[in-house]
Design a protein around this ligand. Structure first.
Ligand code: C5P
Length: 439
């Protein structure tokens, strides 16, 4: 069987260097690669490098008359089994969606009768811009496989979706596309695990996009922060569960503030119907046991903030079928088992974060209970709040930060303001303990 032939279009952008590794992977698997590089791409990768690795001529200019004789652009666009655009810039995606053909790369893309796979790479705001999202939707509708960009820290210092997927992931998507010729936009790689989501899933607009300030105004830039939020649900049978009144609002506000402050944020959320704050990686869980496992996997971090109202107990046995009334008036026994204390477990773990923060919702003797909890849980701070005065689910909080250095009591503030003030305090504390990687 002949090995597949790939026409690789290398767009501009800092991620263009990853196309070199992609060519290497394609060649290693025996595929033939022909490269076309845009003028912007040439600013980042030289045609000579791509020629050496692909062992083929690299095409750069539509008006190369000699090539028009040797091999016209129509032929070039059609001799491949798959056309791959990596990195696909916002500009290239826009031109592809609009059918603009004003250079060799876009002319080939318009002329080809072969499947096309695009791996986007751009600044997070450019990716999230409604114009780009519209173009991606158009292209997917046209049958182009547009991969989701990776999420993470970008060359420009911002954080979010927009990074070029790793070459190995693009390679896997190419293989998958080639083995499934009828597939189009259905092949979306590289997938984040299904339990992982980002603001894009729930909030594709820029409405709540944080204002990314220069690095020195983002006091948590270079820090990784784990946050738990919301309640947990502990199933009794397929239709019933044990729950509590936690709304998740304070934890989500903290995750949003941490991302705005430049941190890489992992939010492990119990079942709450709240949108994912921009720039936050969210993992949804249901039970305390699931939350404990995700927290374990999320370590190590620079700081962990355990805001979740984890159920203390779960049903000792869950019934696979709905428990029925038998008409006798007898009440079914509900035996409980104690859940793992996630916060205390993290405090004891070898991966204990340098700064470990617990929350305490109390209805009486708030400070005394918080001081006792600080020692019992082995954390650095307890953020205590009086839920007798304002039950869970409200929009504001009056908190006291209890640590071995004393008690810092704040006025009642909106939850977003509590979150921002907490981020300032955390940034100061982390900076005092260890300078940032970026400093
Ligand atoms: O013991 P209590 O529930 O009052 O402690 C509250 C703090 O401990 C919160 O930070 C909460 O997220 C954390 N916690 C936990 N795992 C539990 C119970 C509480 O991480 N099973």
């Amino acid at each position: 069987m002949t090995k597949p032939r790939i026409l690789l279009i290398v767009g501009g952008g800092i991620a263009a260097y990853k196309s070199i590794e992609l060519v290497r992977l394609l060649r290693k698997s025996g595929m033939t690669v022909r490269c076309v590089i845009t003028r912007a791409g040439e600013q980042f990768v030289t045609p000579l490098t791509l020629a050496a690795l692909s062992e083929n001529k690299v095409y750069t200019n539509l008006f190369d008359l000699k090539d028009e004789v040797e091999m016209g652009h129509i032929q070039l666009s059609r001799e491949a089994d798959l056309v791959v655009v990596a990195p696909a810039t916002a500009d290239l995606l826009a031109k592809m969606a609009a059918g603009i053909a004003d250079d060799l790369a876009t002319t080939l893309l318009l002329a080809t009768d072969k499947p096309v796979l695009a791996a986007p790479a751009m600044n997070v705001r450019m990716w999230l811009h409604p114009a780009t999202q519209r173009n991606v939707a158009t292209l997917r509708g046209d049958g182009v496989t547009v991969l989701d960009p990776d999420e993470g820290e970008m060359a420009c210092g911002e954080y979010g979706p927009g990074r070029l997927p790793e070459p190995a992931a693009i390679f896997a998507a190419i293989e998958s596309r080639l083995s499934n010729p009828l597939a189009s936009s259905a092949v979306e790689a590289p997938p984040l695990p299904s339990r992982v989501s980002t603001s894009l899933d729930t909030n594709g607009s820029l409405d709540h996009q944080p204002d990314f300030a220069p690095e020195n105004h983002r006091p948590l830039f270079g820090r990784r922060i784990l946050i738990t939020a919301g309640p947990t649900h502990e199933p009794i049978d397929p239709v019933r569960y044990i729950a509590n009144r936690s709304s998740g609002k304070q934890g989500f506000a903290i995750a949003a503030a941490a991302a705005e402050a430049g941190a890489e944020v992992l939010l492990i959320a119990g079942p709450v119907p709240l949108p994912t704050p921009p720039g936050v990686i969210r993992v949804d869980v249901e039970t305390a046991v699931e939350m404990a496992e995700e927290v374990r996997q999320g370590l190590p971090v620079d700081a962990a903030i355990m805001v979740a109202a984890v159920a203390d107990w779960r049903a000792a046995d869950t019934s696979a079928q709905k428990i029925k009334k038998d008409g006798s008036g007898a009440v079914p026994p509900l035996a409980l088992a104690e859940n793992p204390d996630i916060l205390a477990g993290v405090a004891r773990s070898p991966d204990r974060p340098p700064l470990l923060i617990g929350f305490a919702a109390e209805t009486n003797d708030v400070i005394a209970h918080a001081e006792a909890k600080l020692a019992k849980k082995g954390c650095d701070w307890i953020v205590a709040n009086d839920v007798a005065a304002d039950p869970m689910g409200g929009e504001s909080n009056r908190v006291h930060i209890v640590s071995k250095n004393g008690i810092d009591s704040w006025d009642r503030l909106p939850k977003a303001a509590v979150a921002r003030k907490l981020m300032e305090k955390i940034a100061d504390e982390l900076d005092a303990r260890s300078p940032r990687h970026s400093d």
